[in-house]
Design a protein around this ligand. Structure first.
Ligand SMILES: NC(=O)c1ccc[n+]([C@@H]2O[C@H](COP(=O)([O-])OP(=O)(O)OC[C@H]3O[C@@H](n4cnc5c(N)ncnc54)[C@H](O)[C@@H]3O)[C@@H](O)[C@H]2O)c1
Length: 307
């Protein structure tokens, strides 16, 4: 039986990925320091090891695959721990690459659309080199991920880890998210569910695209089984403004009004993946829009409040 390590596997995406790997017949080990876990935690059926990728404990190998997702992921989390975020991206990724060397494992890095910064090109193709303001507060996350990618390609170039995969994830939402992780979908839904007005930063014209978690996990699964070693964008190219998102959520949960606050520093104005590469190389594209993805997400957050 194949064995996989999922770092960050007690978090939103890592948990959903670990569940998929268990379903595909893998034995799964989760390494997570529980700094921002999903309320649902590491999945049943996986072996859970508490610890940081920065100073990893002994892990019950062998591993055929390492899915490296451990990282602070939402702005409130990484802005509160900029050095820890950089260390996770740099030292943590190096430790996991060294582990891949010793186990001769295939290594998948969870990178991000944030490597494109506040993009001057729209939509963002993988060949776009990005526009990150290195002195901005968000740079701890963006540059950590850029470094993690560069390090992964360096290990590959030096033939230390021949099997690498790099996924650049665009905003993803769905059951398993932490209600307080500060991402816009969870913020809006939880504000609406508790009768508070929704908070929009800026005038709400900035756009994002939102991918439902099941689509994203399918893309990661396909990428990890493919022979594609170049970075691949995974996300939903359907673009909408924060105001449109707020209206859509208000329609499905209840209208509680909108508050406008100043836009944070270096907040990208537009973000939409070019998914041509994922379509061509993986035969992947999202199948679930907000109409399908929001109801189970709202139900999930409602169940946390009722619990
Ligand atoms: N969800 C998204 O929209 C999105 C978008 C782009 C990239 N990503 C990337 O996907 C990955 C997973 O994100 P998520 O949305 O599931 O976030 P999350 O916060 O729910 O999960 C991250 C997990 O990593 C753990 N973790 C953090 N630092 C760690 C460390 N040093 N050692 C061990 N564990 C650590 C946390 O406890 C948490 O369980 C991250 O690498 C993130 O950068 C996510």
């Amino acid at each position: 039986m194949s064995r996989a390590l999922v770092t960050g596997g007690a978090g939103f995406l890592g948990r959903n990925l670990a569940l998929r790997l268990l379903k595909e017949g893998f034995e799964v080990v989760v390494l997570d320091n529980l700094s921002s876990p999903s309320p649902l935690g590491s999945p049943e059926g996986a072996t859970f090891v508490e610890g940081s990728v920065v100073e990893p404990p002994d892990l019950p190998g062998p591993f055929d695959r390492i899915y490296h997702l451990a990282s602070p992921a939402s702005p409130p989390r990484y802005l509160q721990d900029p050095i820890g975020t950089l260390r996770t991206g740099a030292e943590g990724t190096r430790n996991m690459l060294d582990l891949a060397v010793s186990h001769e494992a295939r290594f998948l890095l969870a990178s991000t659309s944030e490597v494109y910064g506040d993009p001057a090109q729209h939509p963002q193709h993988e060949e776009y080199t990005g526009s990150v303001q290195v002195t901005s507060s968000r740079a701890c996350y963006d540059e950590a991920k850029r470094y993690a990618e560069a390090l992964t390609y360096a290990y590959n170039r030096e033939d230390l880890v021949p099997e690498i995969r790099v996924v650049r994830i665009f905003n993803t939402y769905g059951p398993g998210m932490a209600p307080d992780d500060g991402r816009v979908v969870s913020n809006f839904i939880n504000q609406a569910l508790s009768g508070r007005s929704l908070t929009i930063y800026g005038d709400g014209s900035q756009t994002r695209s939102f991918c439902y978690v099941d689509d994203l996990i399918e893309g990661i699964w396909r990428l990890s089984n493919s022979d594609v070693t170049v970075p691949v964008n995974l996300g939903n190219p359907e673009e909408l403004s924060m105001k449109e998102l707020a209206t859509t959520i208000a329609e499905s949960v209840g209208d509680t009004g909108i508050d406008y606050l100043p836009l944070p520093e270096s907040d990208p104005t537009r973000r939409r993946p070019d998914i041509g590469r994922a379509r061509d190389r993986l035969g992947w594209e999202p199948t679930l829009g907000l109409a399908e993805g929001l109801p189970p997400t709202v139900e999930y957050f409602r169940s946390l409040i009722d619990a």
